[in-house]
Design a protein around this ligand. Structure first.
Ligand SMILES: [Zn+2]
Length: 298
């Protein structure tokens, strides 16, 4: 009886030993191929109806991801097709830092200010491709003007007509509902609605001084333009034309901003606000539920 128990224990110990050894082998540095990049989970949950097929490409030594028939590589989170891999350094990762608070120039360090100056210098901006178009082209079928325009619809947002991608119709509708509910008890929000001049969304165009495309050309960016800006500033590059060296130091209270609860309503439905970018664009909202989740904003 005791001998039986002893032999069962040794078998169990051997099994556990072999199991642990196998786990160590799987986790060793030479075999990074068993686990997908963890950030892919954020993208899958932000776009639940999109199918991500992943496999490890040993030749490229990277994860290969197929989305809606388009094959791309993980490429350190930049998500690039083979054609764009040659130019990998000029692209930004799909997931980036977006904060709940607006970056305040009152606390910028001299090093940070210098970084902003060099990041926005004309020659540097020409070389930056920005966010890779490949992932978003797969999600929005937007590789060509012709393909994306099959998905563009006219809607009304806060009483203004605008054209957007069909995928953001529902989230925008939810933003509108939140804003209208707030306006019932908040005079500032009602005033914001009453003084809206235009809502501009889909527009097939490139970003002014860069080769990359604006998210307006995917139909997922929305500009909220107020009537008159009370002599405030609304867009970094217009301010730079007036004050080329110190535009980034313009205090927050001299920038036009939508009411805080309006920004909050957009964020809750998966939109980021351009007023929180270093190159601030205070009229601009962009649908990126993956950034809202990645930065724990909701
Ligand atoms: Zn815009």
């Amino acid at each position: 009886m005791i001998r039986d128990l002893f032999s069962h224990r040794s078998i169990l110990a051997s099994v556990i030993f072999i199991f642990i050894q196998s786990c160590i082998q799987l986790l060793s540095a030479e075999t990074p191929v068993f686990f997908e990049p963890p950030q892919l989970h954020i993208l899958r949950s932000a776009y639940p109806d999109i199918i991500f097929r992943t496999s490890y490409d040993f030749e490229a030594d990277d994860w290969k991801i197929e989305i809606s028939g388009i094959t791309m590589y993980w490429a350190d989170g930049k998500m690039l097709t083979a054609a764009n891999l040659n130019n990998k350094d000029s692209f930004w990762p799909v997931l980036y830092k977006y904060t709940k608070e607006i970056p305040d120039p009152a606390v910028f360090t001299p090093e940070h200010i210098q970084e902003i100056r060099s990041f926005t210098a004309a020659e540097n901006r020409r070389e930056q491709e920005g966010t890779s178009p490949d992932f978003f082209n797969a999600v929005y079928d937007s590789a060509t003007r012709r393909s994306v325009e099959q998905h563009i619809m006219q809607i009304q947002f806060l009483g203004k007509k605008t054209n957007v991608h069909e995928r953001i119709v529902e989230p925008l509708h939810c933003v509108e509902k939140r804003i209208l509910t707030l306006a019932q008890t908040d005079a500032d929000i009602q005033q914001f609605i009453d003084t809206l001049a235009r809502v501009d969304s889909y527009n097939w165009r490139e970003i002014g001084d860069r080769s990359s495309r604006s998210f307006h050309s995917y139909g997922i960016a929305v500009d909220i333009l107020p009537e008159g800006w009370n002599r405030k500033n609304i867009y970094w590059a217009w301010r730079r034309d007036i004050d080329p060296h110190n535009w980034m130091l313009l205090p927050l209270d001299r920038r036009w901003m939508p009411p805080e609860q309006v920004i909050d309503a957009f964020e809750k439905e998966g939109f980021v606000w351009g007023g929180k970018w270093i190159v601030w664009d205070n009229m601009h909202f962009e649908y990126h539920p993956e950034l809202i989740d990645y930065n724990h904003i909701r």
